[in-house]
Design a protein around this ligand. Structure first.
Ligand code: NAP
Length: 489
């Protein structure tokens, strides 16, 4: 376990102020808010609490830096990202500890997130030099077409607390590669990872004003004026669907480009012909990663009747054996949920399911004492009208229902307004393809419980979002297309 001195040192090492135009400075009137460790409920530190005026100052800085940044050589933009990638890798242990302290996830997972976050910088360092265009003869044979790709312009990036670094680099990487400047607003509960990341980008040589960071306890007061101002050209948001809808409405006024990575309600389908042990491994990743607090978390398990009892029993054995405790302790697999609201919500969803007939195979309650700990829980016979069938659980709860036919499983999987990811376990090739094509989600995990990869296009359909992050398409979200009509030469 990391000692108290080292914990204090990693928190002390982070700037606690706003980054605006290359200067670290306090918020208007010197306001601050506290950052808390969810495992101990103790305050870690206080940081600057930006106002509307601070947000607009950050936008002004991003707007002022935009022309020179857009004119910077793509190779130079890529090299900055590459240096930042290396710094993240070199400092992964300290950054992981910082993340665990503010967010709660076990240290090994936090380290995994730092490396995953770094990979977005490496990937987009490589993409920066591959922005291309086109030249063509008009179909009539007279005249030519020239197509240019240019940066969208200043962007507002808003990130959630559950992956406090990776959700940032997944946006900042392509924005930097494309030549966009940005204002970033990290989640109130986990600003330290983003502040550390901003320090690393400074060190890597990112020019003043390209990245501006505003931490705030009043996100609406800071973000809405930026969206309505007219100088920002894009908003990229990762967070809940309700907040995404508010931002889409606010963006309509100035017709901003929008990228929305929103909530999920992932179905996890296990057919009789699946490799059950592989399905259990997949379920453990899809359910317990990030303490179940992932947009990609398996939210509903549908298991075919022939293997339902075996799957539930094995999953309950594995989940019931997980060590619950502060993420900084050795061997912990399930850290605290982010706050008391999260504990209450999970408790309410479990009680609701049980009141409708669900059986508890393991877990089913919060732990007593400090910290927001909820026991890994497996429920069977979960009724379709249970709240957890339609709401994001965001906790280590696995609700299992049984199905008989392929059509029944697909209908249940698609019966949600969300469409981020689904998981499918079967060894039948034809079934794999048939079911994959009919699942109404932006991503499918086929015999795997983990889909995230910086080199792949991440994103959802329906109310899970608009646009994709990562992969070859990730940079497109930060580029405009300009067509030049040329007279016959
Ligand atoms: P959230 O409440 O929507 O918050 C996300 C971010 O939006 C935070 O920075 C938050 O600031 C900010 N925000 C809240 N209200 C705002 C407003 N009126 N104007 C501007 N910004 C505002 O979501 P969360 O609880 O942090 O994150 C969990 C959600 O994110 C889940 O639904 C999860 O599925 C989703 N998620 C999706 C993906 C994906 O890729 N699809 C990835 C990760 C998470 P404060 O922190 O100050 O509230």
């Amino acid at each position: 376990m990391a000692g108290q001195d080292r914990q204090t040192a990693v928190v002390d090492a982070v700037e606690k102020q706003l980054l605006i135009g290359g200067k670290w400075r306090s918020a208007t009137e010197g306001k601050t808010f506290d950052v808390t460790d969810p495992a101990t409920e103790k305050t870690l530190c206080s940081i600057a609490d930006a106002s509307t005026a601070d947000g607009l100052a950050a936008l002004e800085a991003a707007h002022a830096a935009q022309p020179s940044w857009a004119a910077t050589a793509p190779r130079e933009r890529g090299e900055i990202l590459r240096r930042a990638y290396q710094l993240l890798v070199d400092r992964a242990d300290d950054l992981a500890l910082l993340m665990t302290l503010e967010m709660g996830k076990p240290l090994a997972e936090a380290r995994g997130e730092v490396l995953y976050a770094a990979e977005f910088f490496r990937w987009f360092a490589e993409e920066a030099v591959r922005i291309d265009g086109g030249y063509a003869t008009a179909p009539s044979g007279t005249g030519r077409f020239l197509v240019l790709r240019q940066p969208v312009g200043p962007c507002l990036l808003i990130t959630p607390w559950n992956f406090p670094m990776a959700m940032g680099t997944r946006k900042m990487g392509p924005a930097i590669a494309a030549g966009c400047t940005m204002v970033i607003k990290p989640a109130e509960q986990t600003p330290l990872s983003m502040l550390a990341l901003a320090g690393i980008l400074e060190e890597a040589g990112l020019p003043d004003g390209v990245l501006n960071v505003v931490t705030t306890s009043d996100p609406g007061a800071v973000c809405e004026p930026i969206l309505r101002d007219g100088r920002a050209r894009k908003v990229s948001f990762t967070g809940s669907t309700p907040v995404g809808k508010i931002l889409l409405q606010q963006s309509a006024d100035k017709v901003l480009r929008t990228s929305m990575e929103l909530g999920g309600n992932a179905p996890f389908l296990v057919f009789d012909d699946a490799d059950i042990d592989a399905a259990i491994e997949g379920a453990m990743v899809a359910k317990t990663r990030n303490i179940g607090q992932a947009c990609t978390a398996a939210n509903r398990f549908y298991v075919q009747r022939g293997v339902a009892e075996e799957f539930a029993r094995k999953l309950a054995e594995r989940m019931g054996a997980l060590k619950v405790g502060p993420g900084v302790e050795d061997g912990v697999a399930i850290g605290p949920l982010i706050d008391t609201d999260a504990i209450e919500k999970v408790g309410t969803l479990v009680s609701d399911a049980v009141s409708r007939g669900a059986k508890v195979l393991t877990g089913g309650a919060a732990n007593e004492g400090a910290g927001h700990f909820y026991q890994p829980t497996v429920l069977t016979e979960v009724a379709p009208e249970s709240r957890m069938a339609s709401e994001e659980i965001f906790g280590p709860i696995a609700p299992i229902s049984v199905f008989d036919t392929e059509d029944e499983a697909i209908a249940a999987a698609n019966d949600t307004e969300f469409g981020l990811v689904s998981y499918l376990f079967t060894q039948d090739l034809n079934r794999s393809l048939r079911v994959t094509e009919r699942l109404d989600t932006g991503m499918v995990g086929l015999n795997t419980g983990l889909v995230s990869n910086p080199a792949a296009p991440f994103g959802g359909v329906k109310q899970s979002g608009l646009g994709r992050e990562g992969g070859r398409v990730g940079i497109e979200e930060f580029l405009e297309t300009k067509y030049v009509a040329i007279a016959e030469p």
